[in-house]
Design a protein around this ligand. Structure first.
Ligand code: AHM
Ligand code: MG
Length: 332
């Protein structure tokens, strides 16, 4: 193979992003890389496993209880991060409270270990989303909730792994966005998408339109706008909704588009979680020339008050998010 850069090489190259770095951050990313590979392998066998040994919740032939894949992913990420000793705590979608790891670590991680879990059983892409911060409490003391309740603007890195037709890891440290495709034959992630940027014009919109009548007037107007026939403006847009945030976001990043999960009359804060779903993808979106908003303000400027709080979420091409914001401010 010629001119191939592996994720491992890239991490070392980019250690310069962290002047005076002790290599702690590189070890953290290596832990995420390792857990991603383990989860990827398991995800690829998911259908097979349940076919042979029964579905989650049942017992396999050895009499062991089957673990659900999202629980399995949670365990793998926590284990890998614990081993590297550089992370003092993790907040995970799978755990009500934060988990304390190594007090001597200076980073915290917020993670959704396997997002889009309703798609696991039907062979549709799912993903991992992660966000990394420096702790605010002193090194050597127990991690506190305040370490996790930092604004998205404080993220030092964020990324996602998509388990799709191939597995990809995409991340940013605030110096552009790079994507790596996993080659299972040799067990390495290879730099395949350097400096990812949203295309200049987006024409895909992604929303669960079953929520149309539960959404505000501004959102309904946007959907009608997206469907309007205006060839000079590339409309109607194309509707694409997988129901896996990572997969919808990833496609829109590559092809140009916008993802919407608005507030509804039943869920006034939408569905998605600020710390480990909205903020990390917002950081990537901004680094890729896009935007992320709750309809009124920049996602990364929201002051978090709860580990699992939700926020309405709009992310993708800047002009598309701008249009949504202007319709919300006009019509609510
Ligand atoms: P989850 O964390 O329970 O998997 O829920 C998050 C998922 C996102 O991946 C996806 O975009 C959204 O929920 C889909 O929700 P809905 O089924 O309401 O459209
Ligand atoms: Mg989730």
């Amino acid at each position: 193979m010629e001119n191939v850069t592996t994720l491992g090489e890239f991490i070392i190259e980019r250690q310069q992003d962290f002047p005076g770095s002790s290599g702690e951050f590189s070890r953290l990313l290596s832990a995420i890389r390792l857990a991603s590979k383990i989860v990827s392998q398991k995800v690829n066998k998911a259908g097979l496993l349940s076919y042979i040994v029964g579905s989650a919740g049942s017992e396999n032939i050895q009499g062991e209880a089957q673990q659900k894949l999202d629980v399995y992913a949670n365990i793998q990420f926590i284990k890998a991060l614990r081993q590297r000793k550089v992370v003092c705590g993790i907040a995970s979608e799978e755990n009500d409270e934060h988990i304390t790891l190594n007090e001597s670590g200076s980073y915290i991680v917020a993670i959704d270990p396997l997002d889009g879990s309703s798609n696991i059983d039907v062979n549709v892409s799912i993903g991992t989303i992660f966000s990394i911060y420096k702790r605010v409490s002193p090194v050597g003391t127990p991690v506190t909730d305040a370490d996790f309740l930092q604004k998205g603007t404080e993220q030092v890195a964020a990324g996602y792994v998509i388990y799709g037709s191939s597995t990809m890891l995409v991340y940013t440290t605030g110096n552009g966005v790079n994507g790596f495709t996993y080659d299972p034959g040799i067990g390495v992630f290879i730099l395949s998408h350097r400096n990812m940027q949203f295309p200049a014009n987006g024409k895909i919109y992604s929303m669960n339109e079953g929520n149309f009548f539960r959404s505000s007037k501004g959102i309904q107007e946007y959907i009608k706008f997206a469907q309007g026939i205006e060839p000079n403006e590339n409309r109607p847009y194309t509707g694409r909704y997988i129901g896996s945030l990572v997969a919808d976001f990833h496609r829109n990043l590559i092809k140009g588009g916008v993802y919407l999960y608005p507030a509804t009359d039943q869920s006034p804060n939408g569905k998605l979680r600020l710390l480990y779903e909205c903020n990390p993808l917002a950081f990537i979106a901004e680094q890729a020339g896009g935007k992320a908003s709750d309809g009124r303000q920049r996602i990364m400027e929201i002051e978090p008050t709860d580990l699992h709080q939700r926020a309405p979420y709009f992310t993708g091409n800047t002009a598309m998010v701008d249009k949504i914001e202007s319709l919300i401010s006009e019509k609510g």
